[in-house]
Design a protein around this ligand. Structure first.
Ligand code: IMP
Ligand code: MG
Length: 190
């Protein structure tokens, strides 16, 4: 698997340090408030797990599964909700946790739906990575881990065709690995 890596852009200690800082900011913001964390799966699984264990205040946790990407590195441009219903945010301060802001479609879709329900006391977003690229509409991020170049990255929850999520760092892939078709045989074990 590591043979497919082109360049590590954020290593484990760098990520851990920033996750600590984000957790402190979030704790200070929500202390004494009724907090509901909504993690966007699958990408934010590792980030949310690390982040929430560093937040020492009561919170409710739920997940929502949405995808705007197929097997490629290009956004399909449409959102697919795997859950019909969002958790009920009535009376809660909602914090959406996602892995990366690319086009912004995912976050806009989720916060739009929550806003339509109109019952949340507040809606904020925490995103580990934001790509430096133009967007049709700016999506406000309240807690941001890192701003990165507009390149396709994997690791720490981020995938390419559902692979590489288990890398402990964030990295770019070699072009050859990106050009491979979705794995049909056994995954390589290197
Ligand atoms: P958006 O809706 O275009 O902002 O895309 C957000 C989703 O696309 C993320 O939650 C990721 O699952 C996926 N995504 C966007 N950029 C990357 C990337 O560089 N690597 C892996 N997944 C990505
Ligand atoms: Mg993905």
């Amino acid at each position: 698997m590591r043979d497919d890596i082109e360049q590590i852009i954020l290593d484990e200690p760098t990520i851990a340090h920033r996750v600590d800082e984000l957790a402190s900011e979030i704790t200070a913001t929500y202390r004494g408030q009724r907090l509901m964390v909504l993690a966007v799966l699958n990408g934010s699984l590792f980030f949310a797990a690390d982040l929430l264990r560093r937040i020492p205040i009561p919170l409710e946790f739920d997940v929502i599964k949405v995808r705007s990407y197929g097997d490629s590195t290009q956004s399909s441009g449409s959102l697919r909700y795997d859950f019909d219903h969002l958790p009920n945010p009535a009376g809660r301060h909602v914090l959406i946790v996602d892995d990366i802001l690319d086009s912004g479609l995912t976050l806009r879709g989720i916060s739009g739906r929550l806003l339509e329900q109109g019952t949340a006391r507040s809606i904020r977003a925490c995103v580990l990575l934001r790509k430096q690229r133009p967007r049709q509409m700016e999506v406000p991020i309240d807690f941001l881990g890192f701003e990165i170049e507009d390149r396709f990255v994997v690791g720490y929850g981020l995938d390419y065709a559902e692979r590489y999520r288990n890398l402990p760092f964030i990295a770019t892939l070699r072009i050859a690995s990106l050009n491979e078709k979705k794995a049909t045989g056994p995954l390589d074990t290197k």
